[in-house]
Write a protein that binds this ligand. Sequence first.
Ligand SMILES: O=C(O)CCC(=O)C(=O)O
Length: 265
Amino acid sequence: MTVGFKKTPREIPRIEPPEAEAFERSCRRPRRPVVLRGLLANTELDQWSFESLRSEFEKVEVPMHRTCSGAVTPDPRLGVPTEPHALGELLDQLGGGGAPSLYMMSRVEELPAQWGGRVTTPLYCEKAGWLSRKLWISPSGTATMLHRDAADNIHLQLIGSKRFTLIEPSQSARLYPNSLFDSVPNGCRADLDAPDFERYPDFRDVEMEVTELEPGDAVYIPRGSWHHVRTVADSLSANFWWAVGWRLPLVFGADLFKRLRGVSR
Ligand SMILES: O=C(O)CCC(=O)C(=O)O
């Protein structure tokens, strides 16, 4: 994936989860990505397994995106659309074998309360003025293309493993960002899975930071940071986008803009 790039990616620093005030001071305000090692205790991780999800919710229909052999492929009009599928259909794709074709990306409030209610919000964002939470289930090999979000984000691994590649906002020009009126206004033309250095030569100079999350670990993705995500082992994860202070109207507006245009993600 990094063949042809000029610089070798750096590892995102891994730290013990700090107190809320220290996180605010040393991570969120300076927009410094970190891996929060063991953010979720083993006792809480124990409640998550694909077997128990199957036995309780196999027939429940939840929003999923149809991938193209695992690649999240935006629709030119709708962005990254979702459609309801029974959870069992996706769980049948876990364990390797065939090409993955479904990716569950559901807002917590779209899930049955007995399921969504198990998601614990990290202390860093539990009191935020704006908070949006999603649960993600993906077969190994699934990949989400480079994009950025207006809100701060913590992505927490519950089962399996995901590899995150982050790129600082200061390097946006090297990624050839999409226009605001594109179906993925927060995406870009540079493709990490199939880099085309002839068309996008500045992409070669990009500096990346990477990490692979194990269950219980979380990565903090600062607002505006570009990120690409690949599922390394069949994965269940949760994420938390949040905003505080003067950024509240901005993030609320960006979310409304996407919902009004029917551009889901
Ligand atoms: O896990 C993924 O595939 C994408 C996650 C993501 O984009 C996010 O947490 O903002």
